[in-house]
Design a protein around this ligand. Structure first.
Ligand code: MG
Length: 285
C-alpha cells in the first residue's frame, strides 16, 4: 500500500489574508487537522507548497509537527532540509543576491512600500490588496520605474500581478506544477496511493492540472480542494478545476472539507454544507 499525499498551499488556503503579510498565520483548526491527519494513518504524508520563503511557515509550525512535514517554498525552488536549514535549488541560487538588491532598491525608492513588501529570498511580493487605489498605483508605478532604471534586475525578474498582489518572480521555467511532478518523481508514482492538493489562487492552477493528470495517468486516487473566495482571481478563471474537484468558499470551510473527505469526520461546522452547495449551484447556473 502506498502513501497518502496531501499538499497544502498557505496564503488564502490555510491562512486568511491579512493587511501585513508578515502577520499571516494558520487559520484556526488547521494545525489540529494536520495533527489528526498525520496520526490517523502512518501512510499519511503532508507537504506545504507555498510561494513564500519556506522559513516563514517553519516558524509557524510547532516543533512536534515540523519534524513530520516537508515545506517547499518559492513555488518549489526552495525547501527546508532535515536540519531545519534553507536549501535553494541550483538554478535559483543566483537569485538570492539579486533579491537582496531588489528589496533594498525598492524600499529606498518607494516609501509607501513599508509593511507591504514580502521578501521571499527568491523574489518579492508587494501586497496591495488593502491599500487605497492611489497608494497602490503609486507603488506599481514606482516599481516599474525602478525596474526600467535597473535593466539588470529587470532581466532577472518578471512582474506578475494577481489578486491584490504584484509579484516579482525569477525568470525560470518553474511553477507549482513542475514542483509537483518533481516531488512525484522523487517519491515514485507506484509508492503513492492517493494524492490531494489544496490551493486558492492562479499560481495553484498548474498544480491542480498536474494532480488531475497524475491521478488519471497513474490510476491514483485523489483530487483538488479549491478555495474560491468571492471576487478572487480564481473565481473569474474558467479553467482552474475539473469536475472531480471540491470547491469551498473560504479557509474555514476548507478545514471542514479536509476533515470530512480525508478523516471521515462526521462532525462538521454548521454552514459548511450550505456554503459548498451554494457555490456548486452558482457554478451550474
Ligand atoms: Mg495561496
Amino acid at each position: 500500500m502506498g502513501k497518502n499525499i496531501l499538499i497544502l498551499d498557505f496564503d488564502g488556503t490555510t491562512s486568511s489574508h491579512v493587511p501585513n503579510p508578515n502577520e499571516a498565520t494558520f487559520e484556526s483548526g488547521v494545525l489540529e487537522f494536520i495533527k489528526s491527519f498525520l496520526e490517523a494513518d502512518s501512510r499519511n504524508v503532508l507537504y506545504f507548497l507555498t510561494g513564500r520563503d519556506p522559513r516563514y511557515l517553519q516558524s509557524l509550525l510547532p516543533q512536534d509537527l515540523r519534524d513530520h512535514i516537508e515545506i517547499f517554498g518559492n513555488h518549489g525552488l526552495s525547501k527546508i532540509d532535515d536540519l531545519g536549514d534553507l536549501i535553494v535549488s541550483p538554478e535559483a541560487r543566483e537569485y538570492v543576491d539579486a533579491t537582496s538588491d531588489l528589496v533594498a532598491g525598492l524600499i529606498a525608492e518607494i516609501p509607501d512600500l513599508k509593511g507591504h513588501l514580502e521578501d521571499k529570498t527568491l523574489g518579492v511580493v508587494l501586497h496591495l490588496r488593502w491599500l487605497q487605489d492611489v497608494v497602490s498605483d503609486r507603488i506599481v508605478l514606482g516599481t516599474h520605474k525602478f525596474l526600467s532604471n535597473n535593466p539588470e534586475l529587470a532581466g532577472k525578474f518578471e512582474a506578475v500581478s494577481c489578486d491584490g498582489v504584484l509579484e516579482l518572480r525569477p525568470r525560470l521555467y518553474h511553477d507549482k506544477g513542475t514542483a509537483l511532478y518533481g516531488l512525484m518523481e522523487e517519491l515514485g508514482y507506484d509508492n503513492v496511493e492517493s494524492l490531494f492538493y489544496a490551493g486558492n489562487d492562479i499560481p495553484d492552477i498548474p498544480a491542480f492540472t498536474a494532480v488531475t493528470k497524475i491521478c488519471s495517468d497513474h490510476r491514483i486516487r485523489g483530487h483538488n480542494f479549491v478555495v474560491v473566495e468571492k471576487n478572487s482571481a480564481i473565481e473569474h478563471s474558467h479553467d482552474y478545476t475539473s469536475n472531480k474537484d471540491i470547491t469551498v468558499a473560504d479557509v474555514v470551510s476548507l478545514v471542514d472539507a479536509l476533515g470530512v473527505h480525508l478523516l471521515d469526520k462526521s462532525q462538521i461546522r454548521p454552514g459548511f454544507e450550505a456554503i459548498t452547495r451554494s457555490y456548486l449551484k452558482s457554478e451550474q447556473s
